[in-house]
Design a protein around this ligand. Structure first.
Ligand SMILES: Nc1ncnc2c1ncn2[C@@H]1O[C@H](COP(=O)(O)OP(=O)(O)OP(=O)(O)O)[C@@H](O)[C@H]1O
Ligand SMILES: [Mg+2]
Length: 421
């Protein structure tokens, strides 16, 4: 007989080898041989097997050594515990003939040359996953120590099985998520296409009435201009100028709806002077309003100038609209840097809004303020977002009710794509 300390050492080694193999392995199958060997070594069993519940709660052989196919076929499905047993305990059978429950299996046990056997539950967090079987060729009553060690191995294996199932669950969830992302992407593309065709038909249908507006205002100016006073002539000229501007906006919108990224035409664009232009126009449209406007100089970027003008028109137009109740509208366009990333901003001292709505504002037709309070349809920021995204950037807002708003955007955060350079 081995000295006790050598025996303990061998057991420790076997357990350690099993733990290592569990940590190394990525599949359950590769753990079984090590587990069976550890079991046999520390319990001195002649043969061993692992059985796990399948999806129908039937015990199935997962791994075994030294068991014949007829024996496995005869006993598979047998379990001393119910599948939902709360606290399954080991069942040690020194003499099967004395166990009424095993009577049906006796012929198979005899034919296989099994004199004693033990059922060791494999359970994890209160759930029975399966069992270990230990088989002895000669009659054998298991010692308490052997049972304890066998339960330790069962615990290891239970951990490995649960880990494996968790990994499979994660794989399944990932595949699921992938599918959801693809579906969502298709929906978004569909929505984009709808928005494009919507923009296209709107700008197309508006063209005829716009031409009429422009044409008749010009005719009036030419034919009846001499009969009007200077203020009336000036109003007519404003109609012509506004029609021209609307036509250009529509052209740009049409362009936005027609082109993909590849259709963008990048050029060195001076955002500061673009903003200053827009301030000038707003001032001339409502000269009685007080406005303190500031546009930073020298903000040059490579961008599609037509599209960026639309974006700035919308952002500065909003600032102008939502500062209408101020005695003095203060609007500023500039650039900042945060965490090494440059961004542009339009800041105002106007009505502001609750930040709870900040993300929604960029969806078409989403408005915080009632139409009676401030006119508009809620499409402006959706267009801004679209344009900024086409320029590889993102847009966000910072505000509080009554405290003014700041709309910020970045451009080309990942650089300008090769096909646009
Ligand atoms: N500078 C701002 N100050 C306060 N609220 C703003 C500002 N800019 C936008 N908002 C809020 O965001 C909403 C959406 O803006 P968006 O530009 O999309 O639409 P709109 O200005 O209402 O209409 P449209 O631009 O189509 O004429 C606005 O209705 C308003 O409630
Ligand atoms: Mg707007």
């Amino acid at each position: 007989m081995e000295p006790a300390s050598d025996g303990a050492l061998a057991e420790l080694r076997a357990l350690h080898a099993l733990a290592e193999s569990i940590n190394r392995s990525t599949t359950l199958e590769s753990i079984y041989p090590e587990a069976l060997q550890a079991l046999r070594r520390i319990t001195r069993a002649d043969r061993a097997a692992v059985l796990l519940f399948d999806a129908q709660d039937v015990m199935r052989f997962a791994a075994w050594d030294g068991l014949s196919a007829p024996y496995r076929a005869a006993v598979e499905g047998h379990s001393p515990w119910l599948a939902d047993e709360a606290n399954p305990q080991p069942v040690l059978v020194a003499d099967p003939a004395q166990e009424p429950a095993l009577a049906p299996l006796l012929p198979a046990l005899r034919a296989e040359g099994i004199a004693s056997l033990a059922f060791i539950p494999i359970a994890h967090q209160g759930r029975l996953l399966g069992k270990f079987m230990l088989y002895f060729n000669a009659p054998h009553a298991m010692a308490a120590d052997e049972v304890r060690l066998a339960l330790t191995v069962a615990e290891y294996l239970a951990l490995a099985v649960s880990r494996q199932r968790a990994i499979e669950e994660i794989r399944r969830l990932n595949a699921d998520l992938e599918g959801r992302v693809q579906r969502r992407t298709r929906q978004l593309e569909e929505a984009n296409r709808e928005m494009e065709s919507f923009c296209y038909s709107v700008s197309h249908d508006l063209r005829a009435p716009l031409r009429a507006l422009d044409g008749f205002a010009r005719i009036l100016l030419e034919d009846a201009g001499h009969a009007l006073d200077e203020a009336d002539r000036d109003n007519l000229r404003r109609i012509v100028a506004a029609s021209g501007r609307m036509g250009r906006l529509m052209d740009d919108l049409l362009k936005l709806s027609r082109i993909g990224r590849a259709g963008m035409r990048l050029a060195e664009t001076d955002l500061g002077s673009m903003a200053a232009d827009i301030f000038e126009r707003l001032r001339s449209e409502e000269p009685e309003r007080r406005m303190t406007a500031r546009a930073a100089e020298g903000l040059r970027v490579r961008a599609d100038a037509g599209l960026l003008r639309i974006a700035l028109e919308n952002l500065i137009g909003n600032a102008w609209k939502y500062t209408r109740r101020n005695a003095d509208s203060r609007i500023e366009f500039g650039a900042r840097e945060e965490d090494g990333e440059a961004y542009y901003y339009v800041r105002d001292n106007g009505a502001g809004f609750d930040m709870r709505y900040a993300a929604k504002l960029f969806s078409p037709f989403q408005r915080v303020h009632a139409p009676g309070e401030y006119e508009g349809t809620g499409i402006g920021l959706a267009i801004v977002q679209r344009i900024v995204q086409r320029h590889g950037g993102r847009v966000w807002a910072e505000s509080a009710p009554g405290r003014g708003s700041t709309f910020c955007f970045t451009l080309w955060t990942d650089g300008i794509p090769a096909e646009l350079r």
